[in-house]
Structure formats: C-alpha cells, structure tokens
Design a protein around this ligand. Structure first.
Ligand code: CDP
Ligand code: MG
Length: 741
C-alpha cells in the first residue's frame, strides 16, 4: 500500500487546515489521486477542528454510492478504525474506534461515535429534509423550521467531486450555503450552542472560480491548489471509428497483455451489462493464453485478473479492485466513469477508453427521461487518459479517432440541464423552498422546472393553480419516502387498498429500486432460450411487474427450502446459487433487493403503511446489507411460509395502482402495433425482454388485441426507443385513471 503521507496533498496539510480554520468556505482543487478525499478529513480530525463538546462530525458528500462506501472503508483502515461496512449500532468491535461511517440509500453505517461521515449527496438532502412534520395535514414548513435539525451535527461539510456537477451536488451547494449563512446569523444574534458550518468544496478540474464566487458573502473565498504528480501519457487513437467498441476493447486489452510490460489496465466502459459481457470474453481468451504462448514458443504469459467496478457491486466486490496485484499478474479493471475522478485505482499503467458514458437524458420534446450512451466530453477524455500516468509514464488507447476527439464537446453538460427535475423540485418544496427562486449555482431552464411542476401536479404532490405552487399533504408524504416520487405514490396508493396490496407494492418497489434488473440478459440465443423456459413459471400474462414479483417470491420459497433441507448454511447457499443460475436470475441483485426490502419494511412501518406480513417485522429490524447472514433467511422463511397460503396471487389491485398519478407512464397501442404515451410524444416499441412482447404472445396465450394500454417504468433509447418493465392496463382501469386525473 502506498504510504498515505507521501500523497501530494500532505505537502499542503498545514496550509489547508489553517485556511479552513480561518474561513467559512475553502475551495480545494487538485489532480485526481492526490489524496484530497482520503486525507483532508483525517487532517481536520487530527488537528481538532471539531468542537470538543457534543457529537460533531465532518461530512463528506459523494455523487456515487460506491465511492462513498469504498472511501469510507479506506479512511477507516488508515485511521485504524472499525470497518464501517460491519458497523451496527451497539456492537463491539474489538475495541476499535468507530470514528468513520457512511450513509448511502438503504444502508446507514454510522453510530453516535461517528466523526467522519461519508454520504451520498442524496442522503445529505434527505437529512436536511428531516423526518415527517409531526402535525399531519400541515404540509407548509418554512426552511428555518426544517433547518432546526438540519445538519446540526456537522461542523465541516466537504462537498466532494463538485466539478461533476451532479444535480444532487448542485442542490447540496445551494442548501449548504443557506444553512451556513443561517448559522452565522444565529451566532451573530448571540444564540448559544450554534457553531459555524465550514464548507470545503473539492474539485478535480479548474472551475474553482465559479464555486468561490458562489460562496462569497462579500468576502473572498480562498482557493487552494494541490500540486499534482502527473507523468506523461502516450495517446493512441483508432484509424477508423469502431463498429463494436466492446469487441475492440477486448482485442486492445489482449494486445496490451501479450505485448506490453506488466502494469494494470483500466477500461472505461458504459455500464454493467457491457462490463459483464467483456469480462466473459476476456475469460475465454485468458483460458487459452498458455496454449497460445506454447504454440508461439514464448514464455508463459502473465495471469490475467479481471475486476469489474460499477455501482451495483457490493462493498466487498468493489474492494477487490484495490487489492495489490500479485506477482506475474496483470489486473484489468472494467469500470464505468466512476474511475474517472471519484476512485483512484493503484497500479494502472494502461487506459482503454471507449469514449462513451451512459447518462440520463431528459427530452423536453418527448417529456421522457431515457438512459443513453453518449460520447464523453474532451475534459472527461483527458481525465481518463490521465489515470494511466499517476505512478509513472503510461499509455492510453482511445477507441475512437483523433478527429472524433476534436469534435467532442469541451466540457460535459451539467446534469441539471439534461435531467428530469420533479424529484428535486418536490424535495425543495417540502423544505419550504421554491425551486424557481432557489440559489442554484447554475439555474436550470425555467421550462424544465415547469415540466417538473406538471409531473408533480399529476402525482397530486402539488397544487398549481393561479400561478402559485402549493405542496399538498400527499406531496409532503411523498417527499418523506426515500424512493422516487412515483414509487412513493405507488406505495401510498397500494396502502389504500389494504395490507396485501401494500406488501406487493413494497416488494415491487424494492425490485424496481435495485441498481439493476433481476433477470440476466442472456446474449447467447441458445442459453437465452433455456433461461426463458426456466423462467416461464414466473410469467404472469399481465406483464413484467407481476412476473418480477413472482420471481422474487419463488426465490424466497427456494431460500426457505434450501435452508430447511441442508444442514449447513454453506450447502444451502450453494443450492440457492444454482437456483439463480438455472433461472438466469442475478443472485447479487436478489440480495440487493432483499436488503432494500428490509429497509422498506422499516420505512413502511414508520410511515404508517400497513403490510400483510408486518408480523415478521421483528426479524427485519437489523440491517446487515450484503452480508449473507442467516438473519436474511429468517425473515424470508417466515415470509415464504405465509405466501404459500395464498398461493394464487392476484395482482389486479396492484396493477391498477401502478398507473395512479403516473399518466405520463401510460401508453396506448397504435394501429401499427407501436405504443404512444397518452400525453403524446414519439411512439415506441416494447423491449424484446418484455413479457408482453408480441414475439411471445403465441407461447403465452396472450392475444395482441388484449394489450391496448400499458404502463411502463422506463424508456431506453438505442437505435430505437423501447419501453422496459411493462404491464397491461385493463380499459376500465384506464377510464378510472383518466377520470381521477
Ligand atoms: O481525492 P483524490 O482524488 O485527490 O485522492 P484520494 O481518493 O484521496 O486517493 C488517494 C490515494 O488513495 C490513491 O493513491 C488511491 O489509489 C488510494 N486509495 C486506495 O488505495 N484504496 C481506496 N479504497 C481508496 C483510495
Ligand atoms: Mg477524491
């Protein structure tokens, strides 16, 4: 392990600490990997910047959950503290201090001893939002009231990765500025026990002026630069643009592997599916390496270690990326843009850059947000290349031409200009703030905010008559639930139809909130056939929602069976693993879904959403995330037992709730068989993986005519636009929906 005190940021330690002591806000700019994120919080803790009385904390926000968890674990290990991933309230850790924790959605690893807290910006916003107001039916709340408890324990707030300008980071910037000023005012008014909020904005590229100006309340805000250590990186471009970049990436990696000196390879890919596909091909190649070397009369080729890195990986899988590479071995890290600036992987000498990134894009023309694969900006592309030159001279292989690079946009477009804003707007309204006048570092187009208000009005979250927007009591409840407003609406709608429907909705929201789909997208046609027939038993002819629920319930039964019929938990786990493989279900995703479900069980209880299986709540209390404890088995055992009772589940009520307040997710069949949203916009088809896809109607006894109206979860845009996760709506339900809106 590289000794921490040799990191470049150490050279500026005293100055950094002093500036933070002397100023309310400091901007810290430095090359990626210089030690800003891992070292600065430790400097501040060691130098005693926290007030001694009370339980004060240093908070560090991250745009991504993998960054928050892995950086927290790293800092904990450097400080000799308990590993936050194992932290549970009231548990002893061999006497290790519990100073470092993290909090990401559905996974809070902090205790009252936490002094350094890594959290996603989304979680920080939730903390500012606070719990539900005590008085029911009184949605209005002014910000001061919210602020009473907001961020009270934080003395220092480090807003990290600010250059990325994620929507949530932008919100945090505006909110933190407000809270900082509010605290100053209270201190000046002589209020006791109020401490200033120190803000440190950390950024990898040089847009520091903008942040400094934003935070200057008449006083200049100091900008500190950490000198980087960057070696030369040799750039290679392709001669012609490549048709299939994953294929080109795999070939480039193999080329590097057999011809270049040892040193790890970092590949910038778009998403987990592409990463998994590349990992598969790499494994195939790697298996043939020895035979190949022999045939060529060469010495044996180094071992190839394949390490994926993307959001849906649990803490332990992502930790494997940082493990030092063994001798005579080359590590290949297949990453999303998370490795661009948030996470620095030691040992990298070669970068292979797809030049692409997967992003959410909101189209004002279609009023729909889609996930799209788009070219990166020049600045991202330079950052990516830079990852090869941190420890010595490196090489970067761009899978695009020199001309293509020249044509890239200089800087990425901030998320706020390209995303759907209803969730953000709802949170601001719930804090008593107005998104139209909010102190944004870069305000969004008013049309995007109007669009957001329309969406919120559709959900019933706001009342927007006569030019004023009023949060409704329903809106306040939606904002308080830590899922997207539309899933929150589903939960509340289901709750009105009784505990059985509520528990179905809760489980469905758990599935839909996971980082990825439950079913493996099998590329190989033969294997796909096999996977599909194995999954046939889950199919509900209403569509994907009920089918997904059936699959989750079947897993729970399989789990119950496995733990009852095997004497050792290890054997039971092996059986479950096989079960997932047979049914082409992502086991890691199921575990993620169960962890979310456990949190949602708790959240539903807190919010008065009564579920049919609440009797099992005691088993759901502690959360142990991805750990494979038998505690998980316990709840599902009881759960499974209860679900055998009503074997034939009816999902009619749930399906009706799916469309409530979500007319923008409802579409009608067109004469040509495509679909079009009720609200208009472009037409689209069902994704081939949909249960309702016409190619499967025959096998499933679905008549195309019966699928006149659908509700869908998302649209994806590839060469065409497809709807994914789709269910059928009966015409009478549709009429009821239209009448209600
Ligand atoms: O924030 P900044 O990009 O300036 O650097 P950092 O994230 O604090 O990383 C400093 C060093 O810690 C780098 O050399 C990383 O490779 C290393 N690190 C690590 O080895 N394992 C982690 N889990 C996190 C960081
Ligand atoms: Mg950092």
């Amino acid at each position: 392990m590289e000794a921490a005190h040799t990191l470049p940021v150490w050279a500026g330690k005293d100055k950094i600490v002093q500036r933070i002591r002397d100023n309310d806000t400091v901007i810290l700019v430095g090359e990626t990997g210089s030690g800003k994120t891992t070292q600065v919080p430790q400097f501040l803790l060691r130098e005693g910047i926290l007030p001694s009385e009370g339980q004060h904390m240093i908070g560090i926000t991250q745009p991504r959950r993998v960054a928050a968890t892995s950086l927290a674990r790293r800092v904990a290990s450097e400080l000799g503290c308990a590993d936050p991933a194992t932290l549970k309230e009231k548990q002893e850790h061999d006497g290790l201090p519990e100073w470092v924790g993290y909090s990401v959605r559905f996974d809070d690893r902090t205790t009252r001893h936490t002094r350094i807290k890594f959290l996603t910006d989304g979680m920080l916003i939730r903390e500012i939002l606070g719990p539900l107001p005590r008085r029911r039916g009184k949605p209005e709340r002014n910000f001061k009231e919210t602020n009473e408890y907001s961020l009270k324990r934080y003395s220092v707030l480090i807003i990290d990765e600010a250059h990325e300008r994620s929507l949530r980071t932008d919100m945090v910037l505006g909110l933190a500025k407000r809270i900082q000023r509010d605290r100053r005012n209270r201190i000046e008014a002589g209020e006791a026990n109020v401490y200033p909020l120190k803000i440190v904005v950390m950024s990898a590229t040089i847009d520091a002026e903008r942040f400094a100006q934003f935070f200057s309340h008449g006083q200049p805000v100091p900008i500190l630069y950490v000198a980087g250590r960057q070696h030369g990186v040799r750039l290679y471009h392709t001669e012609a643009s490549c048709q299939d970049w994953t294929d080109a990436a795999v070939r480039t990696m193999m080329q590097i592997h057999v011809s270049k000196p040892l040193g790890d390879i970092l590949v910038f890919a778009t998403g987990q599916e592409e990463i998994e596909a590349m990992a598969q091909s790499l494994k195939l190649y790697a298996a043939q390496l020895d035979a190949w070397a022999e045939e060529q009369g060469r010495d044996s080729v180094p071992t190839l270690l394949i390490r994926p890195l993307y959001a849906a990986l649990g803490p332990s899988a992502s930790a494997a990326v940082f493990a030092p590479t063994p001798k005579h071995t080359r590590k290949v890290v297949l990453a999303t843009n998370i490795a661009e600036t948030s996470i620095t992987i030691p040992g990298v000498r070669y970068v292979v850059d797809s030049g692409l990134v997967k992003e959410k894009v909101f189209s004002p023309q279609t009023h729909v947000e889609t996930l799209q694969v788009l070219p990166v900006s020049q600045s991202s592309s330079l950052q990516r290349a830079g990852r090869a030159g941190r420890e010595g001279p490196g090489e970067c292989y761009r899978l695009y031409t020199r001309e293509a690079f020249q044509e890239l946009q200089l800087q990425p477009t901030s998320e706020i200009h390209r995303t759907e804003l209803s969730g953000a707007a709802l949170q601001l309204y719930a804090m008593g703030l107005d998104p139209f006048t909010f102190d944004w570092i870069e305000p969004p187009a008013t049309s995007l905010l109007h669009e957001a208000v329309l969406q919120l009005a559709e959900l019933g979250a706001v009342d927007s008559r006569k030019d004023t927007v009023q949060l409704t009591p329903l809106g306040q409840r939606l904002a308080a639930l830590p899922v997207t407003p539309s899933y929150a609406r589903l939960l509340l709608a289901a709750a009105e139809r009784g505990p059985e429907v509520a528990s179905q909705a809760r489980d469905l929201v758990s599935i839909l909130s996971a980082d990825r789909g439950l079913f493996v997208d099998v590329a190989d046609p033969e294997k796909r056939e096999a996977a599909e027939s194995a999954r046939d038993q889950f199919v509900d002819t209403s569509g994907d929602h009920a089918t997904l629920l059936n699959a989750l319930r079947a897993y729970l039964l399989a789990q119950q069976h496995a733990f009852q019929s095997h004497s050792t938990p290890a054997a039971a786990r092996q059986e479950l693993k096989m079960w997932c493989q047979t049914h082409a279900i992502h086991e890691r995703t199921v575990k993620n879904v169960l962890a979310i479900r456990k949190q949602l069980i708790r959240i539903c209880l807190q919010h008065g959403i009564e579920c049919a299986d609440d009797a099992t709540k005691s088993a759901a209390a502690p959360d142990d995330g991805e750990s494979e404890s038998d505690d998980d088995a316990l709840i599902v055992t009881r759960y499974g037992a209860s679900s055998t009772r009503d074997h034939e589940q009816s999902y009619a009520d749930l399906l009706q709730c799916l469309g409530m307040g979500r007319l923008s997710h409802v579409a009608l069949r067109q004469p040509d068989g495509s679909f079009r949203r009720i609200a208009g916009g472009q037409s689209f088809k069902l994704h081939p993986t949909c249960v309702l896809h016409p190619s499967r109607h025959g096998a499933r006894g679905i008549s195309s005519d019966s699928v006149q109206a659908i509700v869908f979860e998302e649209l994806v845009m590839t060469s065409q636009t497809f709807a994914r996760t789709v269910s059928k709506l009966e015409p009478v339900w549709l009429q009821a929906l239209l009448a209600a809106s």
